[in-house]
Design a protein around this ligand. Structure first.
Ligand SMILES: Cc1cc2nc3c(=O)[nH]c(=O)nc-3n(C[C@H](O)[C@H](O)[C@H](O)COP(=O)(O)OP(=O)(O)OC[C@H]3O[C@@H](n4cnc5c(N)ncnc54)[C@H](O)[C@@H]3O)c2cc1C
Length: 486
């Protein structure tokens, strides 16, 4: 039984049915509190920006699942092994998986709404205020985002930046208020934050860092602690998230920032597991879907018995901004003692920091350097040694023999990971194309490429175009990938 039909709960059911298609080993039932089946939440930023219709984010239905949408679990009885739901039903389980995700956090700012402690559980956002977590939030924000409207975005993390850029692209006058000294401070250093702020400014966003919102009044606007008042018709709050852990805590399970799990994704009760944003594992990158998807694959191996030795050891974080005209990636961690290289070209909108240890890439922040991003991400993923000329690497001019930019599919080794979200290699795309998936949609559907953040869609298209040119008959027996496949 799975509680939560979001990106990771849905992925878990898919992974289980891949291993147990006829349900001979695992019967699956799922409760999902949202009024619709799972959809790709990551793509909501693209929907807000107008790059995708809201109807295009649904995740494929998985057969053989007893799915109850619009039904929330309200309690877990671990002794009787049943889950109670808000429609009065009870659901027995042998194994229980919590995939309840996160909720948006409303900071304790007068007039924004929320509960007594400022957390959004105790009440809805006030009129004119929206958080940005689900499809309904996205619809609400889009409805308010008419050209000429004035919207204040509270919070300059990844979500706030994406929301601000998307709204500006819709012709909205956007002011972004961020209490820290620079944007996305959890992933970027001050130099990168300044280049990002300049890029947002060029896109029409009024960025105000070091400024905290203090009160919202729809009649007058958003007051800030520097004495300024932002005239705004509405507010989008992107001030962070909190894991949905109440069910676990009430059931007596250990909870910190999330539900504590071990390498088997199990809580102290071996029959109760947690995956995705609601889980806390020492190696996971919080708030990134890739961690949850990797956890889902491990748990599916364990629950179906496909691989009883499977363990989740952690995820190497990669953050990519989905904002038109701003190419930004943050990989891994940059730690003191690393070999560091930095280039800063604020005028050209380019900034790069590269961290290496023992000749391997351990972290990077890259803005406006797409070729370097492709090459450095490839090195980071493969763990291959970096070329001697670090500066050429950081400027995107070094192409080591086993890592080539996605723009050159013919030269790209077969083992290159094209889709990081789903670990889809060039070889998998070639094989799938040769098995009959001839257009980009079919390739993505069958391999899952571009179904995460969607950032690799152009690379998939490039590979598909190259295959069509290299082997137009498709079944000639010639293998366009043969020479370079690893
Ligand atoms: C706009 C936006 C952009 C993002 N961009 C990126 C990105 O670029 N890269 C990235 O890695 N991540 C991104 N994320 C984060 C990513 O969406 C999450 O990491 C991912 O959705 C986590 O999946 P999950 O299943 O754990 O949680 P969710 O997808 O939140 O799903 C949890 C589900 O559980 C349901 N639920 C909760 N409590 C109960 C209950 N008691 N009973 C039944 N159901 C319940 C919820 O209603 C929800 O449907 C983004 C998020 C947003 C909002």
């Amino acid at each position: 039984m799975v509680i939560g039909h979001g990106m990771v709960g849905a992925r878990l059911t898919e992974e289980i049915r891949r291993r147990d298609p006829d349900g001979e080993r695992v019967a699956l039932s799922v409760l999902g509190a949202e009024p619709r089946p799972a959809y790709n939440r990551v793509l909501l930023s693209t929907v807000l920006a107008g790059g995708l219709g809201a109807g295009m984010v649904a995740l494929p239905a998985v057969p053989g699942v007893d799915l109850h949408v619009g039904v929330a679990a309200t309690g877990i009885d671990r002794v009787a092994r049943v889950v109670h739901a808000d429609d009065g039903t009870t659901h027995p389980y042998d194994e229980l998986v919590l995939a309840t995700g996160c909720r948006a956090w409303l900071p304790p700012v007068e007039g924004l709404g929320g509960g007594e402690d400022g957390v959004g559980d105790g009440g809805a956002p006030a009129p004119g205020v929206s958080v940005f977590r689900d499809l309904d939030d996205c619809d609400r924000i889009r409805a308010a985002a008419v050209p000429g409207a004035r919207i204040a975005v509270v919070g300059g993390g990844l979500l706030g930046v994406e929301a601000a850029r998307g709204l500006a692209g819709r012709g909205v006058a956007v002011t972004l208020v961020h209490p820290r000294t620079h944007l996305m401070e959890q992933r970027l250093d001050a130099g990168a934050g300044a280049v990002l702020a300049a890029a947002l400014g060029a896109a029409g966003v009024d960025v105000r860092c070091g400024v905290t919102a203090t009160a919202w009044d729809p009649a007058t606007g958003l007051d800030c602690d520097d004495g300024s008042r932002i005239a705004a018709d509405g507010v989008v709050v992107a001030a962070g998230v909190r894991a949905n852990t109440a069910l676990a805590a009430e059931a007596g399970l250990a909870v910190d920032r999330g539900v504590l799990v071990d390498d088997r994704l199990a809580t102290a009760d071996g029959r109760v597991h947690a995956v995705g944003d609601c889980a806390q594992h020492t190696g996971a990158a919080p708030g990134l879907v890739q961690s949850g998807w990797e956890q889902a694959a491990v748990l599916a191996d364990l629950l179906t018995g496909a691989d009883p030795a499977a363990r989740y050891r952690g995820t190497r974080p990669v953050t990519r901004l989905k904002a038109a005209g701003i190419d930004l990636a943050a990989l891994g961690e940059i730690e003191s003692g690393d070999e560091l290289l930095r280039v800063s070209d604020p005028r050209g909108g380019r900034y790069g920091v590269l961290a290496l240890r023992d000749d391997r890439v351990t972290g990077a922040v890259l803005i406006g350097l797409p070729d370097a991003t492709a090459t450095i991400t490839g090195l980071y993923d493969s763990g291959a040694p970096a070329p001697e000329d670090r500066l050429a690497l950081l400027l995107g001019r070094a192409v080591p023999p086993d890592v080539a930019p996605a723009a050159e599919p013919a030269r790209m080794p077969g083992s290159t990971v094209v889709c990081r979200c789903n670990t889809v290699t060039k070889n998998t795309l070639v094989t799938t194309w040769r098995a009959g998936a001839r257009d980009v949609e079919a390739l993505c559907r069958r391999t899952r490429a571009a179904t995460g953040c969607g950032g690799c869609r152009d690379a998939v298209r490039g590979i598909r175009d190259w295959l069509e040119r290299a082997d137009p008959a498709g079944a000639t027996g010639a293998d366009p990938a043969r020479e370079d496949a690893a």
